[in-house]
Design a protein around this ligand. Sequence first.
Ligand SMILES: Nc1ncnc2c1ncn2[C@@H]1O[C@H](COP(=O)(O)OP(=O)(O)OP(=O)(O)O)[C@@H](O)[C@H]1O
Ligand SMILES: [Mg+2]
Length: 475
Amino acid sequence: MSENHPSFPAKPDLEQLTPQQIVAQLDLYIIGQKEAKRNVAIALRNRWRRMSSPPEMRKEIVPNNILMIGATGVGKTEIARRLAKIADAPFIKVEASKFTEVGYVGRDVESMVRDLVDQSVALVKARKKEEVRLQAEQAVEDIILDTLIPPVHHRGGASSFPKQEQPDSEAMPSSDHELNQRTRERFREKIRNGELDERKIEIELNQNQLPNIGMIGGGIDDVSMMNIQEMIGNMMPRKARKRKISVGEAKKLLLEEEANKLIDMEEVKEEAIRKAQDLGIIFIDEIDKVASGRSGGSGPDVSREGVQRDLLPIVEGSTVNTKHGIISTDHILFIAAGAFHVAKPSDLIPELQGRFPIRVELQSLTQEDFYHILRTPKNALTKQYEAMLQAEGVELQFQDEALSEIARIAFEVNSEVENIGARRLQTVMSTLLNDLMFDVPDAIGPNAHIVITSEMVNEKLGGLVKNRDLSQYIL
Ligand SMILES: Nc1ncnc2c1ncn2[C@@H]1O[C@H](COP(=O)(O)OP(=O)(O)OP(=O)(O)O)[C@@H](O)[C@H]1O
Ligand SMILES: [Mg+2]
């Protein structure tokens, strides 16, 4: 199942990602599940195809919503999450079953769209912040410099001299001015490279805390609630308060303030809505939990069917009010997933089945897959543990046979106790390495080199696996 992974430039352009390239990107993180990867890749590329087609046609082309069917821990969520990362798309995951909980009403299903927009706003804002960072950093340095070395000459602005005493720039001895400038530049350098991070300064910061009025009570929907919250937030005077903090901390706090000043929030919101609308991915997990059983008519089934009916217009395409603006859900990509052990996809109401035309079944993972999951993905568990111990100066290494053994044990426990898919690897690895993680750095110092062998694996885990009761609790 391990393909040869072609390597790619760090951040590939969505426009240039063909279905094959998308799959190759997914391959860097997910082992196997070829069908699922192919289908999400097509869905993603189809969006770009849609956006590149003539406007009349663009409106007609609907996204290919996907229904993923597969047991727990085989990569359903992981594939969707990675896909969103690759596409730099706003992404949220919701559990369909949460909408059947007591207290939820139909309208709440829309909250998934609002969450998506929030996510999109955060993405766009982070990117804009990155764009203005240099400029903001400069402004922050200026502010800090002003408190450390007040300028002797400040055109038209505040100055450390009272007005009448301040000479104009011509009259001022240029050497003073130059000296001041040079000192400031020298200190700018020191601020930038962190030399002054420990020094305390007194600085004005905007305190702008939103009061928490989440307890207003019933009869008010989410949107009005958010609007009220925002209104009150805007009404509160933004108090600038002097605080004594370290330069290092001031850099952080001021950067936030200055960056916010440089970002046009209206623009951010508009772009975020557009982005969520055209690129958003909503992952609806546990969709099988809202499929009605065959009994029909009883309480919980009614509410489950209700959730499905509430989902319909959103998946179908409708407009939703959010605090950032109105969004149309027509082209959001919906990926629904479920194990469908009890309920079957055909137990979903027909209208909803029709909204998820693409069905992909994920395969159960084999022992061989486990082995590769342990070592191959960019975020493989072995790599995670290696990195953690690297932080302590300890080198950790897994022998190949040890990995095979861990894979075998995980597979065995899955088949004998309960199949939780690749998640089993986490429990097995943590049990295996528990002592080591405790002993570093006290008992095992830096510069140690630890090799995990198959004997060690057997010694630690062999007994647990044989004893069903033990493995039930521990592995
Ligand atoms: N095919 C795979 N390749 C690599 N890692 C995997 C794979 N499948 C699962 N994993 C690992 O197992 C973890 C759980 O997988 P994931 O969250 O995708 O499960 P799921 O299929 O969504 O299960 P559930 O139905 O319980 O939500 C992931 O975080 C990932 O680390
Ligand atoms: Mg999942």
